[in-house]
Design a protein around this ligand. Structure first.
Ligand SMILES: [Zn+2]
Length: 126
């Protein structure tokens, strides 16, 4: 995805200014970033900012994936997924529910499948 996927970077002076900006850009481009600075509190702040951005991206991609799957099901494409226990193809249906995310309540359309053989519900991955 990023131009620096699979790369590792050591960014000195990453607590402020250009070093901080470089650490953010390298992380956003997929690099594993090690950061140093003379001020530990500034490093803690930069690491926290980078981790927050990563978590936001993860939540966004998860919502995108779930929404796409829910839309395909709603469009009547008759999607099915294999049951993780017995392997039987099971029809996917969606239900709306509210979950509590880090940034507040979130309405989601959640795809879910039911296996009549195993008598269990499971979450199909996209
Ligand atoms: Zn099953």
């Amino acid at each position: 995805m990023g131009r620096l996927d699979g790369k590792r970077a050591l960014v000195t002076g990453a607590g402020a200014g250009i070093g901080r900006a470089v650490a953010h850009v390298f992380a956003a481009e997929g690099a594993e970033v090690a950061v140093t600075d003379i001020a530990q509190d500034r490093i803690d702040q930069v690491v926290s900012e980078i981790e927050d951005a990563g978590q936001k991206l993860g939540r966004f991609l998860s919502r995108l994936s779930q929404t796409r799957l829910a839309n395909e099901v709603a469009a009547g494409e008759g999607l099915a997924r294999a049951c993780p226990t017995c392997g039987r193809e099971c029809k996917i249906e969606t239900s709306q529910r509210t979950v509590t995310a880090l940034d507040g309540p979130l309405e989601i359309m959640e795809p879910q499948a039911h296996c009549p053989v195993c008598r269990r519900d499971f979450f199909p991955s996209a």
